[in-house]
Design a protein around this ligand. Sequence first.
Ligand SMILES: [Zn+2]
Length: 75
Amino acid sequence: MGEYKKSLKAIEHKKPKVARFMKHNVPKDRKNGLGNAVCRRCGKKGMGVISKYGLNYCRRCFREQAKTLGFKKYS
Ligand SMILES: [Zn+2]
């Protein structure tokens, strides 16, 4: 959950304040970038999600799944 929702709850009964908050403080819906990267196994968002080769696993799930995916450690 986004942190901004907490602040929004504190002012939810003050309509003009909510309108101003929605205009200036709510984060944008983004089409690309880290915020949209989601792990398909555990649902983790953002940093540490590997999208290279269409993997879409987070680093933790990748470590656990790498062998079954056919990755091999050389060192
Ligand atoms: Zn994961």
